[in-house]
Design a protein around this ligand. Structure first.
Ligand SMILES: CCCCCCCCCCCCCCCC(=O)SCCNC(=O)CCNC(=O)[C@H](O)C(C)(C)COP(=O)(O)OP(=O)(O)OC[C@H]1O[C@@H](n2cnc3c(N)ncnc32)[C@H](O)[C@@H]1OP(=O)(O)O
Length: 263
């Protein structure tokens, strides 16, 4: 069967975000007892029939989920990861597990295998393309982060540890790196809520510097949806929430797959 590029892209996007995540499907899924939280999983791997589909069409050989703990994570990062991860599954009365209110979003270093960028992207660039925030191989050197979404509350949180390669002013995080993380978090949240989107507008107020190497909390909340437009706001705070570092608002416009990849 010949599939259009847009169909191929749609398939890939589902694999990145997870079909259940894209549809916002809140069905309860019981995980097999052997599955541990820290084992890298495809977004669909909680369901065996879906796992088969996912593995058949997974576009990369061995995708690494970058949003799982590694040795570079400091204690704040680990504690917050555990806090939100523990709310991703809850005990059932019969001793099993089911989904809780939060979902951890997996994160890979490529967005879509089929995103060729239309006529502009050569095969060489295509083969080397990597998601900006996941492009530095050294663990802990740049963007260490994990995102969780809560469908009911229409919220997304990101635990972010800023590595030494993100320096702006001496000892502090570069404003562009902070903007990148905000765009990533609210962009991912907008995608979760509305499907494929692009950032149309991003407004940022830098309130207090973020010390290099520290861990901070980014939150994203839905403000409103108007037709193709999704408005969100974000705050970057210290992990205990007492210090406001940055606040931002963003507008994301829904686009077709063809617009996203220049097809
Ligand atoms: C993302 C999917 C990834 C999937 C994989 C997931 C895994 C990985 C996750 C990584 C997550 C990273 C997330 C990063 C996300 C980027 O950083 S995207 C890159 C940066 N953004 C861009 O390059 C966008 C460039 N701009 C454009 O392509 C086009 O201008 C847009 C934004 C698509 C809009 O164009 P359009 O579709 O022709 O729509 P248009 O009719 O102009 O506007 C629609 C409406 O929006 C309004 N609007 C448009 N622009 C503006 C503006 N700047 N200000 C105010 N209003 C505006 C219009 O007035 C109009 O309003 P109404 O008249 O309907 O009331």
């Amino acid at each position: 069967m010949i599939r259009s590029r847009a169909q191929q892209i749609a398939r890939g996007l589902c694999q990145i975000m997870g079909r259940e995540l894209l549809k916002g499907n809140n069905k309860t899924i019981i995980r097999p007892p052997t599955q541990t939280r820290q084992t890298p999983q495809h977004p669909w791997s909680s369901s065996s029939s879906v796992r088969t589909i996912s593995m058949l069409h997974w576009p990369f050989t061995q995708p690494r989920d970058f949003s799982l703990p590694n040795t570079s994570w400091d204690s704040d990062m680990r504690q917050l990861y555990e806090h939100y991860n523990s709310m991703c599954e809850v005990d059932t009365e019969d001793g099993g597990k089911k989904w809780g209110p939060w979902r951890r979003l997996p994160s890979y270093n490529r967005s879509l295998k089929y995103a060729t960028g239309g006529v502009y992207l050569s095969k060489i660039i295509h083969s080397k393309a990597r998601l900006f925030t996941r492009s530095i191989k050294e663990q802990g050197a740049a963007f260490e982060y994990v995102m969780f979404v809560n469908k009911e509350e229409q919220k997304c949180v990101c635990v972010f540890q800023a590595g030494h390669l993100l320096e702006g002013p001496p000892g502090m995080v570069h404003g562009g790196a902070i903007a990148t993380m905000i765009d990533t978090v609210i962009g991912t949240h907008a995608t979760y809520l509305s499907g494929p989107v692009m950032t149309a507008n991003l407004n940022i107020n830098y309130c207090s510097p973020i010390p290099l190497g520290s861990t901070v909390l980014l939150t994203s909340s839905l403000d409103k949806e108007e037709g193709r437009k999704t408005f969100l706001s974000s705050q970057v705070t210290s992990t205990d929430g007492t210090k406001l570092h940055t606040e931002a608002t963003g507008l994301f416009v829904s686009v077709t797959m063809g617009h996203l990849v220049g097809a």
